[in-house]
Design a binder for this molecule. Structure first.
Ligand SMILES: Nc1ncnc2c1ncn2[C@@H]1O[C@H](COP(=O)(O)OP(=O)(O)OP(=O)(O)O)[C@@H](O)[C@H]1O
Ligand SMILES: [Mg+2]
Length: 351
C-alpha cells in the first residue's frame, strides 16, 4: 500500500478561489461556471469539461488542480486522441514485464504517475473501448490493473476530462460507454464560445498584450480603437486560442507601441498602407473597399472556390454572389487581391 500524501492547504496563503482570476472573463455565463468550478475544486468530484476548441478547457483543468488540495501533487495531462488504441491500456494503466511481446520492462502508467494529484484526460471521446472499461474500473474501485498484472494497484487520483465532441451523441451511437459517461459527469461544465461573450474580447486582448510584452520583451500599450472594433466583431472560430495567436502575430509584426488594424489578419497580404489609421480622410479606406479586398483575399486563399470562400467569410454562397454583384466583382474569377474592379469585369472566369 502506498503512503498517503498529506497536503498543506494553500501554504502560500493564496485563496484557492483567487486562482480562478487567471481565467479572464466578465461574462455572467462564464462567471457562473467559474463559481461551480471553485466549489468543485476542493472536492474529489470528477469534472467533465466541454466546449469548442480553444475555449479554455486545458486552462481551466490546470486551475482546478491548482485550486484543489492536490495542488502539491502531480498534474498529468493525457491526450487520448494521440494514443493508438492498441497502446491505450498500457499507456494509461501500465504493464508488467512480459505482459506482451514488446513489454521488455515494467511500465508505470499515467494513472499511477498521477497518484496523489490529478489526471486530465483530454479528448476523452476518443478513448478506446478497452481503455474505457479499465477507466470505469479505476473510477469505481480506486485501483488500476496493469496489463498482465495479477494484483490491482491502489491509486488516489482525481479525474478531470475534456471533450469538444458531444459525448452524449457518442453514447447513443454506441461509441462511448454510457456507464462511464454517467460516472464522469458528476460535474459537467460547458465553456461558452467567445462569440457568446464578446464582452470578454477587450479584457482578453489586454491580458494577451501583457503576456506577449513579457514573452517578446516589448512595451505595447494596447490596440487602436478601430482594431478593437474589428476584433469585437470577428467570428473567432478558434475562440480564445485564435485571439491569443492574433495578438501574438500582431505584436511580432508591429514596431509601434499600438496594435493598428493593419496588424490584424484582415489586412495581412492585401496591401495595407491605405488602411493605416492616421486620420487622413483622403487616405482612409471605405468599408466597401475593405470588404472588396477581404472577399478577393478569401477567393484567392480558396483558389477561387466560391463555396469555400463563402464558408471562410462566414456567409452563404448566395450572399457572396450578391456581394460580388454589389461590389461589381461578379465576374471575378482567377483574379488576385490586387485586381481592380474594371479589370475584374473584363477578366470573367469560372463562376
Ligand atoms: N479565459 C481565459 N483567460 C486567459 N487565457 C485563456 C482563457 N481561455 C483560454 N485561454 C488561453 O487560450 C489558449 C487556448 O486555451 P485551451 O488550450 O485551454 O483551449 P481548449 O479548450 O483546451 O482547446 P482544445 O479543445 O483545442 O484543446 C491557451 O493559451 C489558454 O491559456
Ligand atoms: Mg485542450
Amino acid at each position: 500500500m502506498r503512503p498517503r500524501r498529506i497536503f498543506c492547504y494553500h501554504p502560500s496563503g493564496m485563496s484557492p478561489t483567487g486562482i480562478f482570476d487567471e481565467f479572464i472573463t466578465q461574462s455572467p455565463k462564464a462567471r457562473h461556471i467559474l463559481d461551480v468550478l471553485k466549489r468543485s475544486a476542493a472536492t474529489n468530484a470528477t469534472i467533465l469539461l466541454m466546449g469548442e476548441t480553444g475555449v479554455g478547457k486545458d486552462h481551466v483543468a490546470r486551475l482546478v488542480h491548482r485550486a484543489s488540495p492536490r495542488r502539491e501533487g502531480p498534474f498529468v495531462a493525457v491526450n487520448c486522441a494521440a494514443i493508438p488504441d492498441t497502446l491505450a491500456e498500457s499507456e494509461l494503466f501500465g504493464h508488467e514485464k512480459g505482459a506482451f511481446t514488446d513489454a521488455k520492462n515494467q511500465r508505470i502508467g499515467r494513472f499511477e504517475q498521477a497518484h496523489g494529484g490529478t489526471i486530465f484526460l483530454n479528448e476523452i471521446g476518443e478513448m478506446s473501448p478497452a481503455a474505457q472499461a479499465k477507466l470505469l474500473r479505476s473510477l469505481e474501485d480506486r485501483v488500476v490493473d496493469r496489463v498482465g498484472g495479477m494484483n490491482p494497484v491502489p491509486v488516489d487520483v482525481r479525474v478531470l476530462a475534456a471533450t469538444n465532441r458531444e459525448l452524449e451523441a457518442a453514447v447513443s451511437e454506441g461509441k462511448f460507454r454510457e456507464d462511464l459517461y454517467y460516472r464522469l459527469n458528476e460535474i459537467t461544465v460547458v465553456l461558452p464560445p467567445l462569440r457568446e461573450r464578446p464582452e470578454d474580447i477587450p479584457l482578453l486582448c489586454e491580458h494577451f498584450v501583457r503576456e506577449m510584452n513579457a514573452e517578446l520583451g516589448r512595451g505595447v500599450k494596447g490596440l487602436s480603437r478601430t482594431a478593437m472594433t474589428f476584433l469585437s466583431r470577428y467570428p473567432f472560430k478558434g475562440n480564445v486560442r485564435e485571439l491569443r495567436t492574433m495578438i501574438k502575430r500582431a505584436m511580432i509584426l508591429c514596431d509601434s507601441d499600438i496594435i493598428w488594424l493593419e496588424h490584424l489578419p484582415i489586412s495581412i497580404g492585401i496591401g495595407t498602407s491605405h488602411l493605416h489609421e492616421e486620420p487622413d480622410p483622403s487616405q482612409f479606406a471605405t468599408l466597401a473597399e475593405i470588404e472588396r479586398r477581404h472577399i478577393l483575399k478569401a477567393l484567392e486563399i480558396t483558389g477561387q472556390n466560391k463555396s469555400k470562400a463563402a464558408e471562410l467569410l462566414g456567409i452563404d454562397r448566395s450572399t457572396l454572389y450578391a456581394r460580388l454583384r454589389g461590389l461589381k466583382l461578379a465576374g471575378e474569377g482567377a483574379a488576385n487581391g490586387s485586381v481592380e474592379p474594371a479589370q475584374a469585369a473584363k477578366a470573367g472566369g469560372p463562376g
